[in-house]
Design a protein around this ligand. Structure first.
Ligand SMILES: [Zn+2]
Length: 317
């Protein structure tokens, strides 16, 4: 082989190697809102088009998170996105939240999917909603999962992904799924929640928690005649304690103290002893929601309508 050709091939290989290394470099960028910083890390294994789709998606869902407190829960946080090894039709087959000095949400998505499809997947809203409380993963998983299951629907409604009607239908369907989950039918929620990771029963645990937050939100709004709600109550907790490591009993005590109510603690003690999801139809009825053949119907007038819209649409921020 002529020497010049060898050199040329060598250069070509070198160039290819550099290109591969470049392609596999993660992209990092900061999104700044309200003086708070989201560091976005996207794996270099994605194509440039997909990277742009991911940036658009994360910008959108992180925007929906601001609709609860008016800003992100932490001053600095991270989202990391990598491709899922094997993904079927689900655009986000896996995700997890790491809580620490800097909270980090890790998403594993399919290699190729549109920003619209990603925005329509509930997983993104669910994972970000976990950040609304200073939970660090010790006990009472029902509380954290319930919060995320409740707010994943609210975030989607407030950012226009779900109509108000669709949001209440999703909540209703969720409570029904929770009620149908009989994995731990002879055990209380405390036991089911502690055993869930090993033995299943996820729907009962998640939706019992979502029941807790719907009841807390509704009662706060009813008792305060609209001056207090779950968004504001959680915002108080976030303002004092976002950097702390609180157990759920600590959190419910603080939620009561900070908001000058006695609601979160008794509701906690009541719910952990329940043997099934408590009735939810009366709460829906109090919010002007009737149900026929499993389909929710929203009433236009009545005492609970304003509260119902306040939950779904939030206040103007
Ligand atoms: Zn979760």
């Amino acid at each position: 082989m002529p020497r010049s050709l060898t050199s040329f091939l060598f250069l070509l290989c070198l160039l290819a190697a550099v290109t591969v290394a470049r392609a596999q470099e993660d992209s990092r960028e900061n999104i700044v809102r309200d003086g708070r910083v989201l560091e976005l890390h996207i794996s270099g294994q994605f194509s440039e088009t997909m990277r742009q789709n991911l940036v658009e998606w994360i910008t959108a869902i992180s925007g929906s998170l601001r609709l609860v407190f008016g800003h992100w829960p932490r001053r600095q946080w991270q989202v990391a996105v990598a491709p899922a090894p094997a993904s079927g039709s689900d655009p986000i087959p896996w995700a997890e939240v790491e809580r620490g000095d800097i909270d980090r949400v890790k998403f594993f998505t399919s290699y190729n999917t549109s920003a619209m499809e990603l925005k329509g997947a509930w997983t993104g809203y669910h994972e970000l909603a976990h950040l609304l409380i200073p939970y660090r993963g010790h006990g009472d998983a029902w509380f954290s999962e319930g919060l995320a299951s409740y707010y994943q629907n609210i975030l989607q409604a407030r950012s226009g992904i779900l109509s108000e009607q669709a949001m209440w239908q999703k909540l209703y369907d969720g409570y029904r799924r929770g009620l149908a989950d009989t994995r731990f039918e002879n055990h209380n929620l405390r036991h089911a929640s502690d055993q869930m990771r090993r033995e299943g029963g996820f729907m009962r645990v998640y939706w019992s928690g979502a029941w807790y937050f719907l009841v807390a939100d509704t009662r706060l709004r009813q008792q305060s005649r609209g001056s207090l709600n779950l968004d504001l109550a959680l915002k108080q907790l976030n303002a004092c304690c976002a950097d702390e490591r609180l157990s759920v009993p600590d959190m419910v005590r603080k939620l009561d103290d900070l908001n000058r109510v006695y609601l979160f603690q008794p509701l906690y003690h009541e719910l952990v002893e329940t043997m099934a999801i408590p009735p939810f139809e009366p709460i829906f009825a109090s919010l002007g929601i009737s149900v026929a053949d499993g389909q929710v119907q929203l009433q236009d007038q009545g005492p609970g309508v304003g509260i119902r819209r306040g939950i779904a649409l939030g206040k103007a921020l």
